[in-house]
Design a protein around this ligand. Sequence first.
Ligand code: B12
Length: 156
Amino acid sequence: MLTVHITLIRPPIFSSTNSFSSPVTPPLALAYLSASLRSEKFSVESIDAVGEAIDEVYLFKKPEGHVRGLSIEKILQRIPRETDLIGISCMFSQEWPFVKSLVNSITSKFPDITVMLGGEHITAVTILFKYSYMVHRNLRCTSLKQIASTLVLLSP
Ligand code: B12
């Protein structure tokens, strides 16, 4: 049976240029999600964009803000070729414009890979996203396990 490979991404921290702090925290969501997915025998890789470039801060233009962590280009380089599904966490609403740019870059570079979003911003604005979690290829799934299992069923 096909082993579905999942890449989980915790995006960099996005904060206002006027902010005095940029709280660096461990990626708890990725830890929980990857442990749960691994227990179901899915193959999982995590990209913690904050932890992997904790001292890198750069200016993002639209909207203007400070980004702490890996650049979008470096995140793209870390996505393994064998990945079938990419899960991106968006915990804070102020991160959404940046995360949207990240999602657009990922879907342009990897048009065949299913991208799923989750986390508190996505859950909070279900009106915007239609389902608890948005998937760019119209697959109506509400959990990573559900979508990963769907990919297994769709495989030859
Ligand atoms: C701990 C916490 C903090 C900590 C650490 C945050 C962190 N980065 O880890 C600290 C104190 C630093 C903090 C700061 C802030 N916080 Co805070 N925080 C929380 C709190 C209490 C718990 C979050 C948590 O760790 N949960 C446990 C982890 C495991 O859950 P999780 O990350 O949500 O992930 C789960 C799901 O969301 C989902 N999931 C996550 N990602 C993905 C991805 C995919 C693909 C899928 C399928 C599922 C999925 O699965 C995970 C496992 O179940 C929440 C409220 C709450 N009860 O959740 C508020 C909360 C997230 N914080 C909030 C806010 C507003 C802030 C601040 C902006 C406050 C401020 N004015 O400064 C700052 C911003 C920090 C920043 N990075 O810029 C709001 C966010 C609202 C919003 N829509 O933006 C919340 C929701 C509280 C609230 N109701 O107001 N916070």
